[in-house]
Design a protein around this ligand. Structure first.
Ligand code: GRF
Length: 194
């Protein structure tokens, strides 16, 4: 991975499917002087994703890829990432599973945020399952993406206490706040450790 010399050199694409609060947060982060990344591209698997509005607001190029015809769409997507010289892909609430071929092409350069303390609660409905299992803590994880779902090397985690009044939606809000703190830190961590 490229070394960070204090100017924004890491061309980044953020992949979303929905609200895009992590995208908004990463865009804000990218404007800070200390940020190693510049967000050049937003990819959405959903043409109605609210997050696309943030890309529009900040004049960031955006493209829709439903990835329904997987290999054909992925090849087109790879072409666009290459054309834009994308060096880092941040998945942020991206609900599609990328193929092994795609992930291998971006090995070590594609990261994800997941709303649980991995390896616990991979997949969906993490908060509901954590509450049902009477966990005392939950949290979020930023990790490198590997071909196994939510299983790549962990970069950073942050945890929070689950209290007895927490519902899955209350917990989701609490964890989302942590996510907004963690994702930029994880990016800083990747580029400062080289
Ligand atoms: C986040 O909790 C993320 O961890 C999960 O989906 C949610 C996306 O939220 N994978 P947003 O679209 O960034 O607001």
């Amino acid at each position: 991975m490229k070394k960070f010399h204090g100017s924004k050199t890491i061309k980044t694409a953020v992949f979303i499917s929905g609200k895009g609060s992590n995208l908004k947060n990463l865009i804000k982060f990218s404007f800070l002087k200390k940020s190693p990344v510049i967000i050049n591209l937003v990819i959405s698997s959903n043409s109605k994703a609210k997050g696309l509005n943030f890309a529009k607001k900040f004049n960031i190029e955006r493209k829709i890829f439903t990835l329904n015809k997987k290999s054909k769409d992925e090849n087109r997507l790879l072409g666009i990432l290459k054309k834009n010289n994308i060096e880092l892909v941040c998945l942020a609430g991206f609900m599609k599973i990328l193929s092994k071929n795609f992930i291998n092409k971006f090995r070590g350069k594609i990261i994800n945020i997941h709303p649980s303390l991995l390896p616990k609660y991979k997949g969906l409905n993490t908060h509901k399952r954590a509450i049902a299992n009477r966990e005392k803590f939950t949290g979020c994880t930023v990790h490198f993406v590997s071909s196994k779902l939510d299983s790549g090397k962990i970069i950073l985690q942050k945890k929070v206490k689950i209290n007895k009044f927490d519902t899955p939606s209350k917990l989701a809000k609490k964890v989302l706040k942590l996510e907004h703190d963690l994702y930029p830190k994880a990016i800083m961590n990747i580029y400062s450790n080289l």
